[in-house]
Design a protein around this ligand. Structure first.
Ligand SMILES: [Zn+2]
Length: 250
């Protein structure tokens, strides 16, 4: 039986052992989005696919659509991200963004914006030492591409421009409330809470708002030179974690 061969550039984002000699890879393919592909006998030492299909590799992939699985027939390496692979922390950070992609994207659907973001981010993580900023760059631009772009300029309640005072990021609403609007929301609750204790909402500093604006505006020129102090770093980390976990549950 003849199978039609499909081709696409792809990045390997996950791998699992499958049966005795096979491996199952999850890739993000430029033409097809996130998809699974089975590589038969890849665990044998002489397998020709072995060199190509490896975690994090950027490959030119060929596959056929089998009855149950896509089956890889060829994978030519375009970039192995060797610098990232040679350092455990760089490798971990690169895998981390692949995991985020895997968690947030459900079905097989091509998305050029996400493809470019992934490739660009893996290259940035390889080239820069301030990698946390490029991890957040990936996270916030991915959720934006998926339709969850946060509102970072105007209060979600009164629509006033965000300038002075205290501000609070609402995870569920994907944007910021000014202190006055949050107080009003608080009045409708059975039990009044102090503003920084309201579930699903966390106070956000001006510096965090500014950094997130640079990230979502994709202003890399400024981001590359940005000095971020440990408290701001922690704030961004906590906020990103809460926001992404919320979106993953949607
Ligand atoms: Zn407001």
């Amino acid at each position: 039986m003849e199978y039609k061969t499909f081709k696409s550039e792809a990045i390997v984002i996950r791998e699992e052992d499958f049966a005795e000699q096979d491996k199952f890879f999850t890739v993000f393919a430029r033409e097809y989005g996130k998809m699974g592909v089975l590589a038969k006998s890849v665990r044998k030492i002489d397998a020709k696919l072995r060199a190509g299909l490896q975690l994090l590799n950027y490959v030119s992939l060929e596959f056929v659509r089998g009855k149950n699985f896509n089956i890889a027939t060829d994978a030519i390496v375009k970039d192995e991200f060797l610098k990232s692979k040679s350092s455990p922390s760089r490798f971990r950070d690169s895998l981390y963004i692949c995991n985020i992609l895997d968690n947030l994207i459900k079905g097989e659907e091509a998305d050029e914006r996400t493809w470019k973001l992934l490739l660009e981010s893996l290259r940035d993580l390889e080239a820069h030492s301030n990698r946390f900023i490029f991890i957040h760059y990936f996270e916030w631009n991915l959720v934006s591409a998926l339709g969850f772009k946060p509102e970072l300029y105007f209060c979600l309640g009164c629509q006033e421009r965000i300038k002075k005072g205290r501000f609070f990021f609402s995870i569920k609403d994907g944007g910021i409330f000014c202190g006055d609007c949050l107080k009003k929301k608080n009045l409708s609750r059975k039990k009044m809470l102090s503003l920084d204790k309201i579930p699903g909402t966390q106070e956000i500093s001006k510096d965090a708002i500014k950094t997130l604006r640079l990230i979502t505006e994709q202003n890399k020129e400024v981001l590359e030179r940005l000095k971020i102090h440990p408290p701001l770093l922690k704030e961004l980390k906590d906020l990103s974690k809460s926001f992404l976990s919320y979106i993953a549950e949607q």
